[in-house]
Design a protein around this ligand. Structure first.
Ligand code: GLY
Length: 376
């Protein structure tokens, strides 16, 4: 990057550190999800987003050595202990939750108890594998009598690094085998020829046969939910990083090309790329931030001629998030990045800052500052 480009990254980083120093005093060791009217709404410790706030604090701690960030992140990890035995509330997002808490702390501080927690979480994730259908089951029933046993979702690609990490730590390839089986199912059933993706696919949990695709958090089954595409870009790039299986890199690139081609002038995606004209085209900045991290990882894994286009695309998204979507001048707003969309079909947290958008924005900045080690 040129001196001028480095300058915006340093400015953005400093603004981030300043804001989080303030907001962390109010939020402390709790689990924010979406910022509504300026304040992050807190969720229970079992909610899928519980890892992002401590993960964001670890990203900042790594550079600043701010003891307050470390202390809060450590407390959050301890609070997750009550979740790990809460069978009914655990789902496949064990990966998001423990990768950004225990695995992150283990990578940063080599703490033995963090490693043990991470491995326990990996075992629970592995236990969700459906052998007949070769997929990791997403959710337990949300309500009495509901059958989610055949549901798999695109987001799970981001849970696979916990399994790859467990194989590396233990020398036992089973975790990696399961992760690759699931990733192959995504190649076969989730990623369309044009590079867009399905959010949810339902399988017959007994025979493993594919039954149908569902719209989930996208507008419709055949639409193109942008955060789903972002999960696929980054998740497939991570699967390639751990396995060196070329098919995963090709898949990451295919979805990346689709994603980049859909971006409007400001480089930030709509929440769904295939919306009818009467539906409000809200942005989803969180999809942009996550995709940018995936694009930067693809850039690291291809030759220098190819790398430039992925890196430039990732940087352009992050820079636009900083310059056009940041809440830097609003002291009353706890979120870093405005205009995320969590779940439009359910009318939940639309056009607000989201903790995963903030997390991936900060992860992206740390990459642009030269950090190469990922928590994933
Ligand atoms: N289902 C997780 C997400 O909102 O992306």
């Amino acid at each position: 990057m040129s001196v001028k480009e480095v300058q915006w990254v340093e400015e953005a980083w400093q603004q981030t550190v300043d804001k989080v120093s303030r907001t962390s005093q109010r939020i402390g060791a709790q689990f924010p999800h979406a910022s509504v009217k300026g304040s992050y709404v807190l969720e229970p410790s079992y909610w899928w987003t519980a890892g992002f706030w401590p993960g964001l604090l670890w990203l900042l701690y790594r550079e600043t050595k701010n003891e307050q960030f470390k202390s809060i992140a450590e407390q959050c990890e301890i609070m997750l202990d009550e979740v790990i035995t809460n069978y009914y509330k655990l789902d496949h997002d064990i990966g998001f939750m423990w990768t950004l808490t225990s695995v992150a702390r283990y990578k940063l501080l080599q703490a033995e108890n963090a490693k043990r927690r991470g491995l326990l979480a990996a075992n629970l994730l592995a236990a969700r594998f459906n052998v007949k259908g070769s997929f990791i089951r997403a959710w337990n029933p949300w309500s009495e009598g509901e059958d989610n046993s055949g549901i798999a979702i695109i987001d799970c690609l981001m849970n696979l690094p916990l399994l790859y990490w467990a194989s590396e730590q233990t020398g036992d390839p089973r975790y990696k085998h399961l992760a690759m089986e699931h990733a192959d199912t995504v190649l076969n059933h989730f990623i369309r020829a044009d590079g867009s993706v399905y959010h949810i696919v339902r399988f017959d949990a007994h025979t493993g046969e594919r039954i149908e695709a569902l719209g989930g958090q996208g507008f419709a089954p055949e639409s193109a939910w942008s955060r789903g595409a972002a999960w696929a870009i980054y998740g497939m790039a991570l699967s390639y990083q751990y396995t060196r299986d070329e098919r995963y890199l090709q898949a990451a690139k295919r979805v990346a090309h689709f994603f980049i081609a859909q971006l409007s002038e400001d480089h930030v995606p709509l929440w769904d790329f295939r919306l009818p004209s009467d539906i409000t085209p809200y942005r989803d900045t969180s999809a942009g931030a996550c995709a940018a991290c995936g694009l930067l990882l693809i850039a690291d894994q291809v030759d220098s001629v190819e790398a430039a286009s992925y890196r430039n695309a990732g940087e352009a998204i992050l820079r636009s998030l900083y310059e056009n979507y940041g809440a830097w001048n609003d002291q009353e707003e706890e979120g870093l990045i405005l205009h995320g969309t969590s779940h439009y079909p359910e009318g939940k947290n639309v056009d607000v800052p989201l903790i995963y958008g903030d997390y991936f924005f900060v992860e992206g900045l740390s990459r642009l500052k030269g950090q190469t080690e990922l928590f994933w």
